[in-house]
Design a protein around this ligand. Structure first.
Ligand code: SF4
Length: 152
């Protein structure tokens, strides 16, 4: 593939990002912020980011919640179904660090990076929609560029 075609492919991919999200046991605070990204106020799709829940068509996985035992294997399974190039972003303090739930004898098993590779984190309880959108937009060009370089 010529350099120009490759640049074009990367440019298109960096502005046509398919996102799936998984809630591994949240209080729903972070879910509401992700849903707010789709509202007219933040209008996620104006940036070329499309949310749907088919991991086989996703580029980026948003992980929410503090990883309950029921979700550990399911999270890995969803991650494996996403085709390369791919990346996961931890949304909120729960998957980033476990926050108050990360203590001795806790029922849950955070952070999400224990279970799948996490490329970026958006801390906050919950984080703002603008921070979630910024994380997706800043990560996408990097994953696609790196992938093309690795394939050469
Ligand atoms: S980070 Fe905060 S708002 Fe988000 S799921 Fe955890 S407790 Fe809820």
């Amino acid at each position: 593939m010529t350099d120009m075609l490759q640049k074009l492919k990367n440019a298109v991919r960096s502005r046509s990002i398919h996102v799936a999200y998984v809630d591994t046991g949240s209080c729903n605070g972070c879910d509401i912020e992700v849903l707010a990204c789709l509202s007219p106020r933040y209008d996620l799709e104006q940036y070329g980011i499309y949310v749907h829940n088919n991991p086989r068509e996703a580029d980026i996985l948003l992980v929410i919640g503090c990883c309950t035992p029921q979700w550990e294997d399911k999270l890995k399974g969803i991650w494996e179904k996403i085709p390369e190039p791919k990346a996961a972003i931890a949304i909120g303090n729960c998957p980033v660090s476990g926050c108050v739930f990360n203590r001795e004898g806790s029922y849950v098993n955070p952070p999400a990076s224990k279970h799948i590779p996490i490329a970026a984190s958006v801390p906050g309880c919950p984080p703002r929609p603008t921070e979630i959108i910024r994380a997706v937009l800043s990560l996408a060009p990097t994953i696609f560029a790196d992938y093309e370089e690795k394939r050469q």
